[in-house]
Structures are given as structure tokens and as C-alpha cells.
Design a protein around this ligand. Structure first.
Ligand SMILES: [Zn+2]
Length: 437
């Protein structure tokens, strides 16, 4: 799952840049998330117990605190020199705290905060706090014994809900609701085995309960996990619930405890369109003659990552005039898949390499006999080329029997909530986003 998640997040970033030209600030990793403590709010608090106002762990009341942005051409040295810090101190920090922060890595556009002590009309900087990212900061304690240390802002998980009807694409629907477009990629990940995201129909609908990570209560630093979802596709409900038991057992299951995962992904890439299906006979656009097409073509922009649709071992990674750059993966004694026309291979791709389902093995191109960038996906069963969409492919393991009762209890609350969520019925496709307290 880890690798797939990584592949998806890389792909997500690519798609975002492609589609809307913005870069997504990297989601705070799950490991660093901390649940904000609630409770105690109803107790009456005596004045002495009111905690002092603190920013970056420093007492705000004792200083004049001003936030700035690093201007282009500004350096750590000239910022501090302009704020009453002697060159010797600056040099000391630059030389002795490189392991914590190399001051040459100060970047224009990032913010920093100065904590000044005001005495007899003179101002001296006592602390400088630099923020290389929305979550992380570095404190330079400029007092007598200089110290430099790292800090991390508290990331608060907020549970959110969004639902909508799809008119053109899931991406467009989510964006129109003000939800993060990154949610599209998370949905594609959860449903990679059960729903063709390139065959979503008008009238399909979704309800999602997910976590979003915030700092300072207002700044979103990314989508967390999808907790539960109901994707209505072709008149059917596709439920998914995230369930975790202990440290290693975590996955998405449906309302009956069946895994959403299958031994094979629906397609070697997400968000593409099928440009040519498996057919015993078709007119070949390059060879200009009728020829069988024993693969499924997915058109996608050059450079789109191509994933292995199942776990397996690479048995060919090479070039032929027809196939261009291609990779062939043997999954077991029964199934083998092949991916053609790559612009290039993923790093380290070679015969014998073990690949995981969802692992990126190459990138879309048009090498070999191809009219445009696409991947031709070929599928063998018992040595014979077949149409993967016509196969009844094996499912992965359902929930462990010993967890079933616990799972059903856990799932029923989430399912109830999903079923209660309203779907906009009219064509306006109105916004339905709410924070759950
Ligand atoms: Zn093809």
C-alpha cells in the first residue's frame, strides 16, 4: 500500500499541475498529525490559570512581535544585522547550527517572525523564527547563549463531509464545491479496483467523509484520509470504510466486510480515456490495414505514470519497433500483463525486478507504432491474450473473520451517517459541505 500511496501522491501532484497549474503544498505526513485535545472547556477557569499567549512556543506578551516575508536578495545575515544582532553572533549561528538549519537555505517568499525586546526606546531582536513550510519552523534564540531548534505547528484533523452529483467529472464536481481537488486522487485510490474513473457516468454521485489537516485552525495543509464513502455508479452503491486494527491491519472494506481491492487494478493509469478497446479485428491507423487489436489503449498525456496492475515480476523491459519501450510483468502462473509505447521506464526497471500493484513502471509516450501518446495494455491468461474487462478477476482477501463483528459495529455508524447525507437532486448541484463537530 505504501508504494501505491506514494505513486498516487506523485501522480496527484502531476495531475494538479497539469489541470490547474498550481502546486499542492505537501500534505503533512500522517505520522506527524496530532489530535488536538478537547475537553475542559466547560470548567470555569480562574484568571491565574489562563495560559500566556504563545506563538512558536514563545511568550508573545513579553515582546514586540512582527511577521515579515523574506524579500528576494535578503539573507539571514542582513536581516539580523538590520535588527541589532552583531556579526559575531550571526557567524556563530551559521557555523555551529548547520545540522539544524543551514542559514543559506533561507528562501525569498517564506515568512519569518521577529520577537523584539523594547527597552528605553531601543529594540533588540531576541528571537527570530523562520518558517520553511506551513507546518515546520526554526527558532533562533538570539539571547546570551545562542540556541537554534526546530519546531512543528500543531496539525489539527478536522472531519469533513462532501457530497455531489457528477455532471462531467468528479474533479470538476469537487472543485465546484470548494473541496480540495486532491480529494479526487484519494477517491481514485480507494476505488481503483471497483470503479473506472474514466467511465464515470453523468448522474453518478458521491458522498465522502474525510479528514482534512489544518494548522492555526484555518490554514489547510492537505487532505488526510478518506474515512468512509459511498460512490453511486450506474445505479449501484459502492461503499467503502477505512478500518484499522492494531498497527499493520488497515484497509478499505465494503458494507459486508469484503475488500475493495482486487488482484488487478482496473487500468494501468488513472484519469485517462480508453481510445481503443480490445478487439479481434480493427483498422490499424499506422499500418493502414485491418488487424486484430489484442490490447486496450489508454490515451493520456506524455509522461503520465504507468502502474503495474498487479504484484509480479518483470520478465521483459526493452524496445521493439512495434512496441516501442515496453515492460512485461508476470503475476503468477496464470496471468501476465504488458505495457507498450512508454516514453521511458521507471528508475531501476529491469528483468527480475519485483513490482507491487500500483507501482510506477514507466511513463506514457508514443514510441514504436503509435499515433499519439498512449499506453497499450495487454493481458494474458494461461498464455493466451484476452480482454481483461471480460475476465472475472480474483478478489483479494475479505476482512479477517476474527475482526468481522468488530468491523460491522464500527462500520454501521459511518454507514448510517453516509445514508443520512443528502444529495442535491436538482441540476444546480448545490454545495453541501459541512464540518462535523
Ligand atoms: Zn494498443
Amino acid at each position: 500500500m505504501k508504494r501505491r500511496a506514494k505513486a498516487i501522491s506523485l501522480f496527484a501532484a502531476g495531475i494538479l499541475i497539469l489541470l490547474i497549474g498550481i502546486t499542492l503544498s505537501e500534505t503533512a505526513s500522517q505520522d506527524h498529525e496530532k489530535e488536538k485535545l478537547k475537553g475542559g472547556a466547560t470548567e470555569s477557569v480562574s484568571k491565574e490559570n489562563i495560559p500566556p499567549k504563545v506563538k512558536f512556543g514563545l511568550p508573545v506578551d513579553s515582546f514586540e512581535v512582527v511577521q515579515h516575508v523574506v524579500e528576494s536578495g535578503e539573507s539571514f545575515g542582513n536581516i539580523l544585522l538590520a535588527n541589532g544582532i552583531e556579526y559575531g553572533v550571526i557567524h556563530h549561528i551559521a557555523e555551529n547550527f548547520k545540522d539544524i538549519f543551514d542559514v543559506r537555505r533561507l528562501r525569498s517568499g517564506k515568512s519569518y517572525t521577529l520577537f523584539h525586546e523594547v527597552k528605553n526606546d531601543t529594540k533588540v531582536a531576541r528571537y527570530m523564527v523562520y518558517e520553511p513550510s506551513p507546518v515546520n519552523y526554526i527558532v533562533f534564540d538570539l539571547q546570551d547563549s545562542v540556541q537554534v531548534y526546530k519546531g512543528e505547528k500543531e496539525v489539527k484533523k478536522v472531519r469533513k463531509e462532501v457530497s455531489g452529483l457528477i455532471r462531467s467529472s468528479l474533479y470538476e464536481s469537487l472543485v465546484s464545491k470548494g473541496a480540495s481537488p486532491a480529494l479526487t486522487m484519494h477517491m481514485a485510490d480507494v476505488y481503483a479496483w471497483s470503479i473506472d474513473f474514466f467511465r464515470i457516468q453523468k448522474g453518478d454521485a458521491y458522498k465522502v467523509i474525510y479528514e482534512e489537516n489544518f494548522i492555526d485552525d484555518t490554514v489547510s495543509v492537505g487532505i488526510g484520509r478518506i474515512l468512509a464513502a459511498d460512490f453511486k455508479h450506474g445505479g449501484q452503491d459502492f461503499y467503502s470504510f477505512y478500518y484499522e486494527k492494531g498497527t499493520d491491519y488497515k484497509d478499505y472494506f465494503d458494507e459486508k466486510g469484503k475488500t475493495l481491492r482486487k488482484a488487478f487494478l482496473k487500468a494501468p493509469l488513472n484519469f485517462s480515456r480508453i481510445s481503443s478497446r480490445y478487439t479481434p479485428k480493427r483498422f490499424h491507423p499506422v499500418l493502414k490495414r485491418w488487424k486484430a487489436h489484442l490490447g486496450t489503449d489508454y490515451a493520456a498525456p506524455r509522461g503520465t505514470p504507468i502502474m503495474s496492475t498487479a504484484n509480479g515480476t518483470v520478465i521483459k523491459a526493452g524496445y521493439t519497433r512495434g512496441n516501442g519501450n515496453y515492460v512485461k510483468v508476470k503475476h503468477n502462473g496464470t496471468y501476465t500483463t504488458q505495457y507498450l509505447h512508454m516514453s521511458k521506464f521507471a528508475k531501476g526497471m529491469k528483468v527480475g525486478k519485483v513490482v507491487k500493484q500500483g507501482e510506477v513502471i514507466g511513463y506514457v509516450g508514443s514510441t514504436g507504432l503509435a499515433t499519439g501518446p498512449h499506453v497499450c495494455y495487454r493481458f494474458w491468461k494461461n498464455g493466451k491474450q484476452v480482454d481483461p474487462y471480460a475476465q472475472d478477476l480474483p478478489a483479494a482477501e475479505p476482512i479477517k473473520e476474527e475482526y468481522m463483528a468488530d468491523y460491522l459495529k464500527f462500520m454501521s455508524d459511518l454507514k448510517l451517517r453516509l445514508d443520512q447525507m443528502e444529495l442535491p437532486q436538482d441540476k444546480k448541484d448545490e454545495v453541501l459541505i459541512a464540518s462535523v463537530k
